[in-house]
Write a protein that binds this ligand. Sequence first.
Ligand code: ZN
Length: 254
Amino acid sequence: MFLVRFSIAGRNRWGRLQDNEITPLLSDPYDGIELDTRITLPVDAVRLLPPAVPTKIVCVGRNYAEHARELGNMVPDEPLLFLKPPSSLIPHQGVVRIPPQSTRVEHEGELAVVIGQRLFRAKSTAVRDKILGYTCFNDVTARDLQRKDVQFTRGKGFDTFAPCGPMLRTDLDPSDLAIETAVSGQVRQSGRTSQMVVPVLDLIAYISSIMTLEPGDIVVTGTPAGVGPLVAGDSVDVTIEGIGTLSNTVENWE
Ligand code: ZN
């Protein structure tokens, strides 16, 4: 099933997307999916939102060996975690803004997981049932500031640096999906989720050994090789097999 969050007449709601028609949900999907079958809406009539309202966005660095190498890094012994603030989220077709502090902003197409039920100190085998679904994410990064700072907060945390969505696929095996990022129509990153150093379920179990994951939290699973610059006027598409495409444009902050 494909879930979406959308805005219509000033209200934000969840819905099921099927054949370009949205059937609204009666409530948030975390405790089960109940459809409001009295109405359907054409997808073109709504504004799509990121398919989660997270308390935190937990990301992992260097989770594809080839990408670690391209930036001159070793693959770490344990997952290298960092957070992006929820204020960095933008939807499908939202605008990524290049901030004046950076001269090198890059794309990182990634598979994102939206948590469905609370997880704390979970075993990997217990994780799958607690996942709501899978979506596309662009971990936009000011590479110059990331290199300059000891930690990643500034380089990863600017407003608009977390495009996410639009579709959330609930029934999907995340272990071997094609993932591709194109900039202005040219493929820059092409990989498979099977190339992850730490697979999705193990990664989420690891994170839950440190912090409680709440319904709606987003776990972002790392980027394949091929990261590169974004400049004003670019379009950037992150496509994941079985999920769909996240499309955004790029502009400078005024
Ligand atoms: Zn990343």
